[in-house]
Design a protein around this ligand. Structure first.
Ligand code: HEC
Length: 473
């Protein structure tokens, strides 16, 4: 079912490769046409038409794949529509020249040849300009002069930013400085800051937030419903103009609720949490800012007692590999990679180690739904691999109490939309892998927006560089 969603979008992703064809082939047709005017290369005249044919065909394919890609969002609107229309115009003009080059066309032969030659000039210009807009779109406007580190930077800041520091005393914290600003930094700065100003909007300085973007102010104090920032972030993810764009880390519904609250209460850049009127729905959210639980870091902040040595020894003797995490820590990472069978005794031993186990790899083992009852007692578990197993929705239902789990790999299992409903309640979960499962497109849409999921369908290794840049702007 996932394949169905991805088919067209995969075609879209061929666009960066396809666009090189019409440029090359049509320029060659032009060259043939020019050379055929000379005595020496007169014979090349015969090559003009086939070159025009393949050039036009590839231009149409490039335009079509570009059109599909354009619907995926995350691009600057104005540049995009200019590029889109030029792409169509290029394909159209190439087709027209192809028609004129036909023998059976209605015009006198001489006029036809003239038309072909004359029309080639605007075509070449169109090819150049369209190509230039296109590279501006994917690589940023100054691509030609850029060192090219930009897209990597964006990816890195995202990683670093997710390790938000816990706030010690939330009611004394400043609403903007301590809560909203870090959120914008994490989810919006990649495109709206000193580095890039998509929609002519910068969110990294108070004065610039107040100033707004291309369409003016983005918030009106006291009027959340009228505020562009709320409208954009509340749009459904499929809709055009939704912020952040579809492929980026999304705001959670509580994040949006928080910004709404701040605007309703006057959008002060000075006030503290305790100075705004209390909002019941946000109590939990605000409290969670002080705890380390929602922080995405790999290791728990507090150290744990040393694990039971006998249990470790016995598990090892059964073929399970056990390592400590992060060098000196007492937390454990346990892997069944060398042992296909998961047996009752293994599970009992795991239970003894439950305070320490934060990563468990059961991929490609015989682990069953019932075995996961015991796994649910690993309260510190952060990463769980059960890919390539026979796990179904009923197994996943046991994970409900795993309040620290942030990574779950379900690739090649029998889970369906039902499992997503359960997974949605694991508040700590951030990364979910679902390639080759029974999950449907509908199911995915209901998935909590804080969860970054990967259905695997878009991996095209041979276009690695193009897909890396794709969607990062
Ligand atoms: C990957 C890039 C990207 C990220 C991340 C991003 N935006 Fe945008 N944003 C854009 C682009 C492109 C536009 C212009 C196109 C449009 O208006 O949809 C835009 C436009 C806007 C506008 C309209 C400005 C105007 O006046 O036209 C607002 C408001 C906005 N973004 C808010 C946000 C917020 C809030 C976040 C973070 C939660 C965010 N954006 C994250 C790319 C991004």
């Amino acid at each position: 079912m996932l394949a169905e969603i991805n088919f067209t979008s995969i075609f879209g992703r061929f666009h960066p490769a396809l666009v090189h064809l019409p440029i090359g082939i049509l320029l060659l047709a032009f060259l043939f046409e020019l050379l055929s005017k000379t005595k020496r290369y007169k014979k090349l005249k015969a090559a003009v038409r086939p070159a025009l044919f393949f050039g036009t065909l590839s231009a149409v394919l490039a335009a079509f794949s570009g059109y599909i890609l354009s619907n995926e969002g995350a691009y600057d609107d104005e540049l995009l529509s200019q590029h889109k229309w030029m792409g169509f115009a290029t394909a159209g003009l190439a087709f027209l020249i192809f028609l004129f080059s036909s023998k059976s066309f209605a015009l006198p032969k001489k006029d036809q040849r003239k038309a072909v030659l004359v029309l080639f000039f605007p075509l070449v210009i169109l090819l150049m300009v369209t190509g230039h807009w296109g590279s501006s779109l994917t690589r940023g406007e100054d691509y030609l002069f850029d060192s090219g580190t930009d897209s990597l930077d964006a990816a890195n800041t995202q990683k670093i930013a997710t390790q938000r520091q816990p706030i010690e005393n939330v009611s004394e914290a400043k609403v903007y400085d301590d809560i909203i600003q870090p959120l914008l930094k994490e989810k919006c700065y990649a495109c709206h800051s000193s580095k890039k100003q998509k929609g002519q909007l910068r969110l990294d300085e108070i004065e610039l937030i107040k100033k707004g973007g291309k369409h003016g102010e983005i918030f009106t104090a006291g009027e959340p419903k009228e505020s562009e920032i709320i409208k954009r972030t509340s749009l459904s993810i499929e809709e055009k103009g939704h912020m952040p764009p579809r492929r980026e880390a999304q705001l959670t519904s509580s994040d949006i609720e928080l910004i709404k609250w701040w605007i309703t209460e006057g959008a002060s850049f000075e006030k503290k949490v305790k100075e705004l009127s209390k909002r019941e729905e946000l109590t939990n959210y605000l409290e969670s800012l002080s705890s380390t639980q929602t922080v995405n870091s790999w290791l728990p902040i507090e150290e744990v007692a040393v694990a039971d040595g006998a249990a470790i020894e016995e598990l090892r003797s059964l073929g399970v590999s056990i390592g400590s995490v992060g060098g000196k820590s007492n937390y454990l990472s346990i892997s069944f990679a060398g042992k296909k069978e998961v047996e009752q005794r293994d599970l009992e031993l795991l239970k003894i180690l439950s305070p320490q186990v934060i990563e468990l790899n059961l991929a490609r083992t015989t682990v069953s739904d019932d075995d996961l009852i015991l796994i649910s007692e690993l309260k510190e578990l952060r990463r769980l691999h059960v890919e390539h197993t026979l796990i179904t929705d009923s197994g996943i239902s046991h994970l409900q109490g795993c309040n620290n789990l942030f990574y779950l790999n379900l690739v090649e299992t029998n889970v369906s939309d039902e499992a997503l409903k359960i997974v949605n309640n694991i508040r700590s979960l951030k990364e979910l892998y679902l390639f080759n499962t029974k999950v449907t497109k509908d199911g995915l849409q209901k998935l909590n927006s804080q969860i970054k999921m990967d259905t695997g369908g878009y991996e095209l290794p041979f276009l690695a560089t193009d897909t890396l840049i794709f969607g990062r702007k």
